[in-house]
Design a protein around this ligand. Structure first.
Ligand code: C2E
Ligand code: CA
Ligand code: CA
Ligand code: CA
Length: 277
């Protein structure tokens, strides 16, 4: 059921994009958009379950096209991936995050988590390690902790994934498995690699309380995560009932509209100031 929700949003986005691309050249548009400063980043607070306080944020890219308006990230990320533009786009993301981070670091505590979504295509590329090192040099020194969010797809397709993950760990970057539950049988990979966080897909979360069989599956996944000493993050938490259910099951971290939508840097600082002890 939750898969169909995701598929539907992708489909709707895809149709919009198709109409858009019939009259424009989206590849050129993305590169132009970078040059013209049409992209910005919003940060969605990540919450610690036991005290309800923010411990970090996930960076989410936004594109405001001059004539089309806001284009959904699912759509333009997908397009960037198929058009070989994901590397320049992610480098641009790195730049924008580094710029915001200098402001943020003056207001949020040291050790705050900064989560970034990394495309499997970029991870597998030759320039990836240099791009990461370059980004870390541009970030404020010793302030943020980094988490790279990657999807199950990455592990399945890249044979040298293990080596890459240990390299990231040596740089002090933690790894989160994103959208867990939308791919195929990745349980085996959880055991093979030392991931730090497991992000439970929004679809799982939204099925809580409805008459489906997802709860036993989720229970099993949560038990496994606990045994493997992974932290768990439930995404897309929209109701108090969902939050209570998840906390009850031992989910350690939460994210979703019930806490906050993704925010620009200034409102993010306000959020941290209002909700920290
Ligand atoms: P994601 O990584 O799973 O990001 C979480 C998405 O869930 C975000 O959508 C966020 O706004 C949305 N969300 C958070 N809480 C709730 C909630 O309570 N309810 C609902 N309905 N939605 C919630 P967004 O920003 O539209 O991003 C969509 C996807 O686009 C992301 O999914 C990620 O896969 C991709 N994406 C976004 N920014 C980047 C980026 O900088 N790089 C890459 N590679 N992918 C990105
Ligand atoms: Ca993510
Ligand atoms: Ca996700
Ligand atoms: Ca997603």
């Amino acid at each position: 059921i939750f898969l169909s929700g995701t598929l539907l949003s992708l489909l709707v986005g895809g149709v919009c994009w198709l109409l858009f691309s019939l009259c424009k050249q989206p590849g050129k548009e993305i590169l132009q958009g970078i040059k013209r400063g049409e992209f910005h980043v919003e940060y969605q607070p990540l919450i610690t379950s036991y005290n309800g306080q923010p411990y970090g944020a996930e960076a989410l890219l936004r594109w405001t096209h001059p004539t089309e308006g806001a284009i959904p990230p699912d759509v333009f990320i997908n397009y960037a991936e198929t058009q070989n533009l994901i590397i320049p786009l992610t480098r641009h993301l790195f730049q924008l995050v580094a710029r915001d981070a200098h402001l943020l670091s003056r207001h949020v505590p040291a050790g705050t988590i900064m989560g970034l979504n990394i495309s499997p295509l970029h991870l597998a590329s030759e320039t990836f390690r240099d791009d990461v090192l370059c980004w870390m040099k541009a970030m404020p020194v010793d302030h943020f902790s980094y988490v790279f969010e990657i999807t199950e797809r990455t592990i399945v397709r890249d044979k040298s994934a293990g080596e890459l993950f240990s390299w990231l760990h040596r740089q002090g970057i933690k790894i989160a498995i994103d959208d867990f539950g939308t791919g195929h049988s990745a349980l085996i990979y959880l055991e093979r690699y030392a991931f730090d966080y497991l992000k439970i897909d929004r679809g799982f979360v939204q099925s809580i309380g409805t008459e489906t069989v997802t709860s036993p599956v989720l229970d099993t996944v949560l038990q496994l995560a606990k045994q493997l000493k992974m932290k768990t993050v439930a995404e897309g938490v929209e109701t108090g009932d969902q939050a209570a259910w998840l906390i009850n099951r031992g989910v350690t971290h939460l994210q979703g509209y019930i806490f906050s939508r993704p925010l620009r840097p200034e409102p993010l600082i306000d959020y941290f100031e209002l909700h920290s002890a």
